[in-house]
Design a protein. Structure first.
Length: 273
């Protein structure tokens, strides 16, 4: 009957979500592969330059080349600039772009969720006497200083990658909450409560059973700061609700952990809840 139809619709919604996630993973994998190709090309050019320099030095020792010309300071500087620009291009392929400044490098981290561009955050780094953050637009609730302390001095790419993961997860959670309020306010009873990091959401929504309406109280906890899906979804219903609602609450809890919030509610709407 109704529950069988609901299960069918939820199964279809889950399959669609899985396909969407697979497509996004393939796109991310392609971007990583492109970045890896660019990185390998850069390493190849560096190795070629080293081999050529060694060959010139060896020929000079054997007398084939007398007093080989040493690269000028300008040539060395140009090579370093070319190398740095190539690395910036690698970052760009993963949603991170950068440009050289008089004091160092300014990075721009672009964020998106499900193919929708959301926000950009800027990070201005000084490179002398050591790499340090000069100014930035990263929200205060993102653990920027902790990430910097762990990676900034030793692995700049890792630093930017981890920071990008935190920012993309945050905007993804915020985007889902915004979509829920914008498109499914009729399902929500009262106000959706969320903290600044959007890693805790609390709200109520109504479900119908036996021609009556019962409220479900939801608490979504996002334990992984780099994930846009909750690690814990607790749903409770009012005392006296039919036993069938407990099964429905369990099904909804499972769906919230697997499917973006607004897509879960879209499946509820299509099933007539």
């Amino acid at each position: 009957g109704v529950f069988a139809h609901l299960e069918l619709l939820e199964a279809r919604a889950y399959e669609a979500a899985v396909k969407q996630e697979e497509t996004e993973q393939q796109e991310e994998k392609l971007a990583r592969l492109k970045a890896r190709v660019q990185e390998l090309r850069l390493q190849r050019d560096e190795l070629r330059a080293k081999v050529e320099q060694q060959q010139k030095g060896q020929l000079g020792k054997e007398g084939a080349v007398l007093n080989p010309a040493q690269p000028s300071a300008r040539a060395v500087l140009e090579w370093k600039m070319k190398s740095l620009k190539a690395k910036l291009q690698i970052f760009y392929l993963t949603g991170i772009s950068g440009k050289l400044t008089k004091r160092g490098v300014c990075f721009c981290i672009s964020t998106a969720y499900e193919g929708t561009y959301l926000d950009s955050y800027h990070l201005d780094l000084l490179t002398k006497p050591e790499v340090q953050i000069y100014r930035h637009s990263v929200p205060i609730f993102i653990p920027l200083q902790q990430i910097a302390k762990k990676y900034l001095q030793t692995d700049i790419r890792r630093f930017l990658s981890v920071l990008s993961n935190h920012l993309n997860a945050y905007v993804g959670r915020r985007y889902q909450a915004d979509q829920l309020q914008e498109h499914f306010s009729g399902h929500i009873e009262g106000t959706l409560q969320r903290n600044s990091l959007c890693n805790l959401l609390v709200f109520n929504y109504n479900v119908s059973s036996e021609s009556k309406t019962f409220p479900f109280k939801v608490r979504l906890l996002y334990g992984d700061p780099c994930c846009s899906l909750p690690t814990e979804a607790v749903i409770s219903c009012t005392p006296g609700a039919p036993p069938s609602l407990a099964e429905m609450a369990a099904a909804h809890s499972d769906l919230f952990r697997r499917v973006p919030l607004h897509k879960a509610f879209r499946s509820f709407s299509s099933s007539g809840e």
